[in-house]
Design a protein around this ligand. Sequence first.
Ligand code: HEC
Ligand code: HEC
Ligand code: HEC
Ligand code: HEC
Ligand code: HEC
Length: 263
Amino acid sequence: MSTNDDKAQEAAQEAAEASLPEVENQGDGGGPAGPVILSFIIGLVASLIVGWVLFPKALYSQKKQPFNFNHKLHTAEVADGCASCHYFREDGSFSGIPNLESCMECHEEALGESEDEAVFIEEYVDKGREVPWLVYSRQPACVFFSHAAHVEAGGMDCVTCHGHIGESETSRVYEENRISGYSRDIWGKSIAGFKHDPWDRMKMDDCAKCHAEKGVGVMRDDVKNPVKSHFLETVGMIWPTTTTPTKGTSVQTEKDGCLVCHK
Ligand code: HEC
Ligand code: HEC
Ligand code: HEC
Ligand code: HEC
Ligand code: HEC
């Protein structure tokens, strides 16, 4: 966010500087407040456009999946729902995106006439090449994530973290952050940081927030003692320097908790 803010501020300053002298000259009748407010508004609007529209556009490059995959159609075709393709192996590891071999059960030859299937057959089935799917939820390599812990032990639904991909009829565009190379799903759609649904964003703090709520890992002690933790948090809000926050809502404050999610 800081680069974003900096850019926005720069733009605001530039816009304010550019518009000030001009407006001041005609400021005869309106009194001194009018032009100042006007230039402030122009600057504000310009900075909002730069920060919220142009900057995100420039920050993310759009990539298409190799071809569309229709989740709705396939979930109805298979015997075992999502688990027909996304299952846990004997050793507890998660299969992830199915490989070409599992598609071949049905797609040895074309089943229909759609363009997407034609691309699939020609480019991948016939050539025996794995489909290079782009993974929307892919975390940086240093992050350790286990589906077994969440889905099997935690009993969580796919929707909680992934949204409604499982019911979609086409693959959505993949957006890649030009600076970090990460998927946009990590830092989220909203450049201002708003989060409406739990799957809108999956940054470090989003993992940690849910862990704190559910009492996972290093957060457990704080969550065990919610009254004390709430009290200290409230005191900390009124006199910020008097207490250290005890609630594990931000992992950045946890000195020894890093290895829960990092390898
Ligand atoms: C016939 C096999 C098949 C079935 C059945 C299936 N999927 Fe998928 N799934 C795929 C393939 C192939 C991809 C990669 C293409 C894509 O992202 O759309 C994928 C991708 C995904 C992803 C995207 C992961 C990411 O971050 O990129 C999610 C989430 C997902 N599936 C959930 C589900 C859910 C939930 C169901 C059941 C409602 C389901 N799938 C049923 C084959 C299947
Ligand atoms: C259980 C059988 C089955 C499996 C397994 C299966 N498919 Fe399909 N697939 C179908 C059927 C049936 C259709 C519909 C064909 C039609 O009528 O157009 C289809 C259609 C498609 C289409 C065209 C989509 C559209 O919207 O028209 C694509 C692309 C495709 N499949 C890719 C895959 C991939 C990739 C896999 C492996 C991850 C896979 N399929 C696994 C049965 C299957
Ligand atoms: C607690 C959140 C959470 C839940 C619940 C969850 N996932 Fe994921 N999923 C993730 C994260 C995070 C990743 C990225 C993992 C990584 O990059 O190491 C991921 C990755 C994936 C991938 C891509 C894996 C790959 O590497 O090819 C698929 C497919 C997927 N999930 C499907 C599912 C399905 C199906 C379910 C429900 C059975 C599910 N997920 C439940 C968070 C979750
Ligand atoms: C919506 C809630 C939720 C989100 C989001 C979530 N987790 Fe979890 N996580 C859990 C729960 C609940 C467990 C404990 C499951 C159990 O063992 O009962 C867990 C367990 C784990 C564990 C096992 C550690 C332990 O002490 O048992 C790891 C590692 C982990 N999560 C990493 C992550 C990462 C990395 C992310 C973000 C990419 C993430 N989680 C997002 C709820 C969540
Ligand atoms: C609850 C899981 C979790 C815990 C605990 C956690 N992290 Fe993270 N961390 C993540 C996830 C997920 C990402 C990637 C998404 C992001 O950048 O926010 C990340 C990213 C990072 C990055 C940026 C790496 C990169 O390649 O962009 C650093 C540095 C980092 N964490 C340090 C720490 C430190 C230090 C601690 C301990 C104080 C810690 N993390 C604890 C989940 C966690």
